[in-house]
Ligand binder design. Structure first.
Ligand SMILES: Cc1cc2nc3c(=O)[nH]c(=O)nc-3n(C[C@H](O)[C@H](O)[C@H](O)COP(=O)(O)OP(=O)(O)OC[C@H]3O[C@@H](n4cnc5c(N)ncnc54)[C@H](O)[C@@H]3O)c2cc1C
Length: 289
């Protein structure tokens, strides 16, 4: 199928974007990498009058280290994030997640911000940004605001942004030397969306775990953490973790949904496998992708 007819504007600045928004309101849509929007338009689930191509908007580009954090421009292509030495050094969790996002051709066009704005519950980046307590920098004609990762995605394909706002960049706190990151997912084929996935991190110092984060994706409407499991792990000695108790706690916090390919109970079994791998990684025994 082909999309409905639409107009195309190539913005050169944030102000250009805002002036199209003020003229066309919610009939105008940001075009980032187009890897989700264009298929949606081809299937006629979306029919915007105007596409605003933001490839030339400098404020939305680039990856920078600022003080103790990494600023990733919304228009950073997946391939650039994957290959960034700064991301590898300051945010190993994101580096570990990137090869799992789709295939090389899609990663060449798809963008960091586009993936987050699309808010697919099976996507890797919403889980990573939640585990890392990232901050989302959003702008509109009337000013800018910063939103915590936990508040950015509100549901399947739904964010907190209104139609006249644009995601400019995401700030990710830098990893510390005692942080252990773990990322893994179970998919039918490499590059497919996950049936279940886990983005996790903890600081491990003198054999003790602190600030553990376990965030699961492809199991609910949004990426979901397990506060009960995190509570068990917080302060635990790595040689003395009750893995069964952690897995039971996850099951008490999260009841995975059935999707088109995988039942909820099968997803829960996968979450437990991933959790065991994460705990192994926290103990210094590797694991993760
Ligand atoms: C075959 C296939 C397999 C895929 N597999 C995976 C996968 O395994 N994991 C995964 O995470 N993704 C996967 N994707 C999706 C891919 O990662 C896309 O890159 C991503 O979902 C959307 O990014 P984009 O830059 O292409 O955004 P677009 O498609 O251009 O935009 C998506 C939506 O976000 C809005 N938007 C984009 N940027 C902004 C912004 N800065 N501010 C405000 N709104 C904005 C757009 O208006 C649109 O509504 C797959 C895609 C395909 C086609």
């Amino acid at each position: 199928m082909k999309p409905n007819a639409f107009n195309y504007v190539r913005a050169k600045s944030l102000d250009d974007i805002f002036s199209v928004f003020s003229e066309h309101g919610d009939e105008a849509k940001i075009l980032a990498g187009g890897q989700s929007l264009i298929p949606t338009m081809n299937m006629r689930f979306a029919a915007p009058d105007v596409l605003i191509d933001v490839s030339d908007v400098d404020e939305m580009k680039g990856i920078q280290v600022i003080d103790n954090s990494l600023r990733i421009g919304a228009m950073s292509r997946h391939v650039d994030v994957l290959n960034s030495a700064d991301v590898a050094e300051h945010s190993p969790l994101i580096s570990m997640a990137m090869p799992n996002i789709a295939h090389a051709t899609i990663r060449n066009r798809g963008t960091f911000g586009g993936s987050l704005c699309h808010a697919d519950p099976a996507s890797e980046l919403p889980a990573c940004t939640l585990a890392l307590d990232a901050k989302f920098n959003i702008a509109s004609a009337t000013g800018s605001r910063t939103v915590a990762a936990a508040d950015f995605i509100e549901g399947t394909y739904t964010t907190c942004m209104s139609e006249n706002e644009v995601l400019v960049s995401v700030d990710v706190p830098s990893s510390t030397s005692d942080t252990v990151a773990f990322f893994d997912e179970i998919a039918r084929r490499k590059g497919d969306y996950a049936m279940a996935g886990l983005a996790a991190k903890a600081t491990v110092s003198d054999g003790k775990i602190a600030n553990p984060r376990l965030v699961y994706f492809a199991v609910g409407d949004v990426a979901l953490s397990s506060p009960s499991a995190e509570k068990i792990l917080s302060g635990a000695t790595i040689t003395d973790i009750d893995t069964d108790a952690v897995c039971d706690a996850i099951a008490s916090d999260i009841e995975p949904f059935d999707d088109l390919t995988t039942s909820g109970p099968a997803k829960l079994a996968m979450m437990k496998v991933l959790t065991r791998r994460a705990l192994n990684a926290f103990s210094g025994n590797g694991g993760g992708s």
